[in-house]
Design a protein around this ligand. Structure first.
Ligand SMILES: Nc1ncnc2c1ncn2[C@@H]1O[C@H](COP(=O)(O)OP(=O)(O)OP(=O)(O)O)[C@@H](O)[C@H]1O
Length: 312
């Protein structure tokens, strides 16, 4: 893997506007609304992480932004253009790398190139991408001959091949071992520095969200009986008092530019919280500044911290 990636390329656009989006599926039991009243602007070059309980619609939202599905209500645009089916402005990578086993790593990456890219141009672009993800040495290997982390890096390179304005990542590191996952986080940040594409990242990992994202969007499960998990508010206020995480239902204004801004929607829509992560990347994973943010997000997911005398 290269130590640093030096080429700073022009930032593509990639402003995503999600307006009043609803997605209702027809099921045997009748219509089932998975996403509702979803309004969100993702800035050009921003990394936004989407977290939320299982089934709250994270992947559905990603599919909508990628043009793999359409909203029942509302609209999604990228740089003012309405998303089309299999939109060329976006590229998506999943938890499983989904590489073609009979093709080499280089050939798999080449599959992501924009249509019509051929010959020398294609070769050079693939070589550049392989270098970007540290896979030059594995160009001629087949997927079964490389590790899970390498396969995931190839999948990332394939997604980047068409220079998408928006890169959509659906739990991309979820199947990797802990150490490889940490390395992939740093690789993603290096790639983002070199090619500051807008990134929408679905993850179950709150640490990953805080380490990588500018903002964390927490969705709620519209169908859970405990859509807002049972939680003693006083505890959250106490734990969140020195960070931007406030009690549920209370929007608050940041007092310092580094303080976390929290917007809590008073609607019964899909957005439970939208949180800005303080500080610039790369972040210190162990920084105390994130303790309350982490606790608040986990609490919002129904994972409660035990209060001890030390942290009360
Ligand atoms: N095509 C479909 N038809 C009917 N229901 C669907 C369809 N696609 C998704 N759903 C339902 O929508 C809900 C949200 O699914 P989605 O995969 O977006 O959730 P998620 O938050 O990504 O979940 P997880 O964290 O478990 O991956 C689920 O209840 C799922 O069964």
């Amino acid at each position: 893997m290269p130590e640093t990636i030096e080429t700073q390329q022009t930032a593509p656009a990639g402003r995503v506007r999600i307006e009043n989006v609803e997605r209702t599926f027809s099921t045997q039991e009748g219509p089932r609304t998975v996403l509702r009243d979803l309004d969100l602007d993702v800035n050009s070059g921003e990394i936004i992480a989407i977290v939320g309980p299982s089934g709250c619609g994270k992947s559905t939202l990603l599919r909508l932004v990628g043009g793999l599905d359409s909203p029942t209500e509302g609209a999604i645009t990228i740089d003012e253009d309405r998303i089309r089916a299999h939109d060329d402005h976006t590229a998506i990578a999943f938890q499983e790398p989904r590489l073609l086993p009979w093709r080499t790593i280089a050939q798999n990456v080449a599959l992501g190139l924009p249509r019509g890219t051929r010959g020398r141009q294609a070769k050079e672009r693939v070589a550049e991408l392989l270098e970007l993800v540290g896979l030059t040495h594995a160009a001629d290997q087949r997927p079964r001959e490389v590790s899970g982390g390498m396969a995931q890096r190839a999948s990332l390179a394939r997604a980047l091949a068409r220079s998408p304005r928006v890169l959509l990542l659906d739990e991309p590191f979820g199947a990797l071992d802990a150490l490889t996952r940490l390395k992939m986080h740093d690789l993603l940040l290096e790639i983002h520095r070199a090619q500051p594409t807008t990134i929408v990242l679905v993850t179950h990992d709150v640490e990953e969200a805080i380490y990588l994202a500018d903002r964390v969007l927490m969705l709620r499960n519209l169908h859970a009986t405990d859509a807002e998990p049972e939680r003693p508010r006083a505890k959250v206020v106490a734990l969140g008092s020195s960070s931007g995480i406030g009690a549920l239902g209370s929007a608050r204004t940041s007092e310092s530019p580094h303080e976390t801004a929290v917007k809590t929607r008073p609607t019964n829509g899909s957005i439970a919280r939208l949180v800005s992560v303080p500080g610039t990347r790369p972040r210190d994973r162990g920084a105390r500044a994130f303790t309350d943010l982490r606790t608040g997000l986990l609490d919002g997911l129904g994972v409660h911290k035990h209060i001890t005398k030390e942290n009360a």
